[in-house]
Design a protein around this ligand. Structure first.
Ligand code: ADP
Ligand code: MG
Length: 693
């Protein structure tokens, strides 16, 4: 259970007085639904309201704060002109201009002769002081409060900075007294202050540098987050290592048979990774291993051979794909291999219903099926196995630590192998998969031709279409991937449909459309037509899994490529590298194209090394490249930015390992405090599952 000291922070956001019913849903979207989420919503800029020189000595174009006396109201003859209020600070006059106004309200709230404290941008017009729409007009008693440095928060429609400031003052009161979870000497050595003080520094900045990532206050908070991440993963990793599995070591008979009839030799990388897997399987503990391999590196056969090892021991295996289309594709590939080896495999997806389904479930339970292929639904439903020994999760970042935890706790201690087609930089392996061992298939089979990648402006789309026509007339097949428009699936779809219609005018019946809103059946039908060649051109949104293997497809056109993450572009391009034919990838870009965006596209043009691309993506995405972050799916941290905080991450990993080496149940004084940290950053699952008491 979460330490009760944290309860005030985990209260709903609407329990704060400053949250109205209207702002609630905007605030939830912007920050989250709990008070603690506001702590992590950091300002990115400041407005300095401390400048308060007497007007007679003041300089223009600064934010000025002062106490003024209202002298006169000038009501304009027409609504088109501003309403003016003349005020003075005793040294000079200042004209306040209001373009949006309510005359009566003004005359009531700004009575002539009264004093007010105001703050806003001071300007000179016709050699007189003026201020358009002051940011603040408050009672003079609030002058000292007003005369301060104000943080600027990231906002959204419906949420103003003033609201955020009010909320900040409120939630700061709710921060409970928590035990210090960091090592005292470490804090001193790094010039870090307490969690509370650090939080206060970044939310009540005095200067811009208080917000920078090098500032000790910011760094301390980032380190707290990284430590919570590394500690949670280390806890899981440590416990997994202790969970007895069973030793699986087949006689190799089936594997030999397959390898002899496969039609190709395994690459060195495939063999190396397989031996790592076999070792895990034979070991006395449960396997939990991540296999990363670029698109086309041949993960499927590695997965199949691992499962065959279990089959040789008379045990069952399951492979889970992220979508039904991909499950079906795995099934089709593996069917051939099952035939060679004479084992029984089946496909079980949501579409298989009724008698057929019951029959499969029955055979699974009786052990008449060696390998079952499906989606994650395989595990959410009450599918029973005779003896499940090996689970393979074919994934692309959809599978978080918590889901893995759920899986490991299921069934009869099966081994788990997670396969991912996205090459993952080391920092991300640490933060996302730190609970697992990992292997890399860092080699693609020989003989693959490189892809010719070109970067072309959208304005030249007509030439691209002409080139496409020529390709298609010689029998090529092509994908046309449509842009991501914000995060809206609806808009994505509209863009794709529009493109589809315009391409249909040129290619007629030969063009198909596939998108995420289609039913599974319709998608299958379209895919089938593309596979058989009835369609030569497939217009798609990325919502759908383009992961389907169509070896004849050798052209990939990505529209508004600058909006995609590099990892994603790399995935897309991988779709046309299946065959041994030369392929062409055209990245169509629109304007505006930032320098970073151009650089990113150039990386795609110059490299096909998925690992390099992933590293670069991470480096370049730092700062404002929100789109890239969002779309590459690595956006797990609230405060840390891995392109900036690598060194802190490595320190956190060491620290976490050291803590657990001496205090594996987190019962010491620091251990207890660290539990608090884990809950603060919502690493509940690791603690709940593995730490009692
Ligand atoms: P991915 O890693 O993207 O899942 P696949 O397992 O689908 O890659 O393999 C891509 C293609 O390469 C398949 O057609 C597969 O049969 C073939 N393949 C796999 N390993 C080798 C190899 N060692 N030599 C030649 N072709 C291979
Ligand atoms: Mg694959």
């Amino acid at each position: 259970m979460r330490p009760s000291v944290l309860n005030p922070l985990f209260a709903k956001i609407e329990t704060l007085r400053g949250v109205g019913s209207k702002s609630l849903k905007f605030l939830q979207k912007l920050c989250g639904d709990k008070i603690v989420n506001l702590l992590w919503h950091l300002p990115y800029n400041i407005v300095d309201r401390t400048y308060c020189e007497p007007l007679i000595k003041a300089k223009p174009d600064k934010i000025w704060t002062g106490v003024v006396t209202i002298k006169e109201h000038i009501v304009p003859p027409s609504k088109k002109q501003p309403y003016k209020v003349i005020v003075t600070d005793g040294t000079a006059d200042l004209t306040l201009n209001f373009f949006k106004y309510y005359k009566d309200a003004f005359q009531k709230s700004l009575p002539v002769g009264y004093k007010k404290a105001i703050s806003g941008k001071l300007e000179i017009f016709n050699s007189k002081w003026q201020m358009n729409h002051p940011d603040y007009i408050v009672i003079p008693e609030l002058f000292e409060t007003l005369k301060s440095v104000e943080p600027v928060y990231p906002l959204c429609a419906g949420i103003t900075n003033k609201m955020m400031l009010k909320l900040r003052n409120e939630w700061l009161q709710k921060i409970p007294l928590m035990p210090e979870w960091q090592d005292k000497h470490f804090l001193q050595a790094n010039n870090f202050s307490s969690f509370y003080e650090s939080l206060k520094t970044v939310h009540y900045p005095q200067k811009l540098s208080d917000l920078e990532s090098l500032n000790p206050a910011k760094k301390r908070l980032v380190y707290d987050e990284l430590l919570s991440n590394q500690l949670a993963l280390a806890i899981v990793r440590q416990r997994n290592k202790k969970q007895a599995g069973r030793s699986i070591k087949g006689n190799g008979f089936l594997r030999e048979k397959l390898l002899k009839n496969l039609g190709f030799e395994l690459t060195g990388a495939q063999n190396r990774v397989l031996s790592e897997i076999y070792q895990d399987q034979e070991g006395a503990y449960k396997m939990l291993r991540l296999v990363q391999g670029d698109v086309g590196s041949g993960k499927t056969v590695v997965a199949f051979l691992s499962m065959l090892n279990a089959t040789e021991c008379g045990l069952q295996s399951a492979i889970m794909a992220p979508t039904e289309i991909l499950a079906k594709q795995h099934f089709e590939t593996m069917e051939k291999w099952a035939e060679i080896t004479g084992i029984k495999i089946e496909l079980l997806t949501g579409k298989i219903k009724g008698k057929k389904r019951l029959e499969i479930l029955d055979r699974l339970k009786n052990g008449q099926i060696d390998i079952i292929i499906g989606t994650h639904a395989l595990f959410t439903e009450d599918v029973e196995f005779k003896d499940l020994a090996c689970i393979i999760v074919d994934e692309q970042h959809r599978f978080g630590v918590n889901q893995r935890l759920e899986l490991t706790n299921k069934g009869n201690l099966p081994d788990i192998l997670v396969m991912t087609a996205t090459p993952i930089p080391r920092t991300l392996v640490l933060t996302q998969y730190g609970d697992m061992d990992y292997s890399k298939i860092d080699e693609v089979p020989k003989g693959r031709l490189p892809t010719d990648t070109r970067i072309i402006p959208l304005t030249k789309i007509n030439e691209v279409v002409e080139g496409l026509s020529r390709k298609i007339s010689t029998g090529s097949r092509a994908y046309w991937v449509c842009p991501l428009v914000e995060e809206s699936e609806k808009l994505d779809l509209a863009a794709a449909e529009e493109r589809y219609l315009s391409l249909q005018k040129i290619f007629g019946e030969k063009v198909g459309l596939i998108h995420g809103k289609m039913k599974e059946k319709e998608k299958d039908a379209v895919m089938e037509k593309f596979k058989t060649g009835e369609y030569s051109l497939l217009v798609a949104t990325t919502v759908i899994e383009v992961g389907v293997n169509v070896p004849e497809a050798t052209v990939m056109i990505v529209e508004n490529a600058q909006r995609f993450g590099l990892a994603q572009l790399h995935q897309l391009r991988g779709r046309i590298k299946r065959g041994f034919e030369a392929s062409t990838c055209i990245l169509l870009y629109g304007y505006p194209l930032s320098n970073v965006a151009r650089e990113r596209l150039n990386i795609m043009k110059n490299s096909e090394d998925g690992f390099l691309i992933a590293e670069k993506d991470l480096e370049l995405r730092g700062g404002g490249e929100i789109l890239g972050t969002r779309q590459s799916g690595f956006n797990e941290f609230k405060l840390a930015d891995l392109s900036n905080n690598k060194d802190l991450l490595y320190i956190a990993k060491k620290d976490a390992d050291m803590v657990l080496a001496t205090d594996k149940n987190l019962t010491s004084q620091r251990g207890q405090a660290l539990r608090c940290l884990l809950y603060l950053f919502e690493q509940d699952e690791a603690v709940k599952t593995y730490l009692a008491g």
